[in-house]
Design a protein around this ligand. Structure first.
Ligand SMILES: C[S@@+](CC[C@H](N)C(=O)[O-])C[C@H]1O[C@@H](n2cnc3c(N)ncnc32)[C@H](O)[C@@H]1O
Length: 235
């Protein structure tokens, strides 16, 4: 079983930097993440509760562009800064956004490379689980620093019980969902093994504590689907 410290931060960026993998990205996440479209819709709705009609939204881990496209479609007045260290994934984001691509400024890099803002809202979807706990907290703090006071932030990523036997049980369910969604069993089991060996998944309680330690308040769980959790919080 993996330990938290086993994560090599560059390993995931390298994986996402493969041009073919980036081109195929659009099809993958919905087979691994139950209710992905609903997650995107809810994310836009939750941000819109507080963000203005002309909001400028920071999207960290924006590669692939799925949430950029969903929010751009739902909110015609919003503009975006999308940040991601994998250039190929940003090129895929441009393709995904199509005619709306000019509404997003895409920055190849990490949170430290993001403009200072201050932004009206922020998201970080399916990304923070790749960061070791200390870097995760630092990144969350840097997102917080770039938001206007009280601005909403949605984070959603892999997060599930880590107690004795629980990790295995939930990883089995992760693979079972992918297989039931049409992923070849061999590929789903390889993904399960890769997550088990390399990804520093935390318990939902620890992830919530990291959001608070990073400066966010009123942390609200709004999404729980097998191994995935999503929270709304305010700067
Ligand atoms: C599974 S994809 C999720 C992309 C998109 N947010 C979505 O929900 O479809 C994870 C993305 O996180 C990016 N990534 C990896 N490490 C990162 C970091 N430290 N900061 C920001 N993005 C990172 C990867 O390059 C990749 O594009």
């Amino acid at each position: 079983m993996a330990t938290e410290a086993s994560t090599d931060p560059d390993m995931f960026v390298k994986a996402f930097s493969d041009p073919e993998a980036a081109r195929r990205y659009g099809d993958g996440p919905r087979r691994f993440v139950p209710g992905l479209e609903g997650l995107h819709r809810m994310t836009g709705l939750l941000l819109a509760e507080r963000a203005p009609a002309q909001a400028r939204v920071l999207v960290l881990g924006a590669g692939g562009g799925l949430e950029l496209k969903a929010m751009a479609d739902a909110q015609p007045g919003w503009s975006f800064v999308g940040v991601d260290p994998a250039g190929e994934m940003l090129r895929q984001a441009e393709r995904t956004m199509g005619t709306q691509a000019d509404r997003a400024q895409l920055v190849e890099g990490y949170i430290d490379d993001a403009p200072e803002g201050p932004f009206d809202a922020a998201t970080c979807l399916l990304t923070l689980h790749f960061l070791a706990p200390a870097e995760r907290e630092r990144t969350v703090r840097q997102i917080h620093r770039r938001l206007k006071p009280g601005a909403p932030f949605v984070a959603a990523h892999g997060s599930f019980p880590q107690g004795d036997g629980e990790r295995e049980r939930w990883l089995d369910r992760y693979a079972a969902f992918a297989i039931a969604s049409g992923v070849e069993p061999e590929q789903a089991l390889a993904a399960r093994a890769a997550v088990d060996a390399n990804v520093a998944m935390l318990s939902p309680e620890r992830d919530e504590a990291i959001l608070r330690a990073g400066g966010f308040g009123d942390v609200q769980l709004f999404y729980a689907a097998f191994t995935w959790r999503g929270w709304l919080a305010y700067a």
